[in-house]
Design a protein around this ligand. Structure first.
Ligand code: SAM
Length: 247
């Protein structure tokens, strides 16, 4: 039986790919790529001439049966996305779930992901964090997400697109105005920038320098450090009395 390799590719700097990933991309029978034209640059750079086929959000379900068929025939297959680790805000989840269910072997070939790359330089707590993917496009949706997570203790990580980053900071300043934020932009690329501040100070910074609104962003927000609300002595007495009444 064939193996399905889930292969991470660079998030910017073309050299950020493992030796094993390059070897496997050369050795497999077929590469399924989110956008075959986009991935052509990587293939050319590393002289990989394996046949590529597309697997994107619109054809993923249809591809599953075909890929299961290839694996059944003993063909080895690689899955890649445009950048970083497949399945992380990228296609592949339905495929991996179904292929695992059918009992085929799936092997990860790890490498870059913007989440971990951003956290590694942010200087925010990394002992626990949560990832929320792309924020909603509408302001009301974003504010809802921010309110829902505003009491969370762990560092919050979001992906945001360049044309919404400023509006997003404004929404964030309304809901979590006093938090420390880190914006990681264009990681591993020429205009890599890592900015720290509050939502309003960073919004000002981006308004003053339009270049800072361009490119790809990871937004990280420090967790809530509110102390758990302690009960005053009256409340404690009342609680104790009520607890005594419970059956
Ligand atoms: N699969 C990718 C990964 O493992 O990170 C994520 C793909 S998702 C479609 C693309 C988003 O990831 C961008 O909009 C941005 O939020 C983030 N991202 C990807 N590359 C980045 C980079 N070089 N610098 C900052 N953020 C990046």
């Amino acid at each position: 039986l064939g193996i399905l390799y889930v292969v991470a590719t660079p998030i910017g700097n073309i050299e950020d790919i493992s030796a094993r990933a390059i070897r496997l991309l050369k050795e497999v029978d077929l590469i399924f790529a989110e956008d075959t034209r986009h991935s052509q640059r990587l293939m050319q750079h590393y002289a990989i001439d394996t046949q590529m086929m597309s697997l994107h959000e619109h054809n993923e379900v249809a591809r599953i049966e075909q890929i299961a068929g290839f694996l059944q025939q003993g063909k080895h297959i690689a899955l890649i996305s445009d950048a970083g680790t497949p399945l992380i805000s990228d296609p592949g989840f339905k495929l991996v779930r179904e292929i695992r269910k059918q009992g085929f072997r799936i092997s990860p070939v790890p490498g870059a992901s913007a989440i971990i790359t951003a956290l590694s330089v942010a200087g925010l707590a990394t002992d626990s964090f949560s990832f929320w993917g792309f924020l909603p496009a509408k302001s009301s949706g974003r504010k809802q997400v921010f309110s829902d997570v505003s009491q969370n203790r762990e560092t919050l990580v979001f992906y945001e697109s360049s044309h919404r980053i400023l509006d997003c900071l404004k929404d964030l300043s309304e809901i979590m105005g006093s938090r420390e934020l880190v914006i990681a932009r264009e990681l591993t690329k020429t205009f890599e920038t890592i900015l720290t501040g509050t939502a309003s100070s960073l919004a000002k910074r981006l308004e003053q320098d339009l270049d800072q609104q361009k490119g790809e962003f990871v937004l990280m927000v420090s967790g809530s450090d509110d102390k758990p609300t302690e009960m005053d002595s009256n409340t404690q007495t009342l609680m104790a009395a009520l607890l005594d009444e419970l059956p």
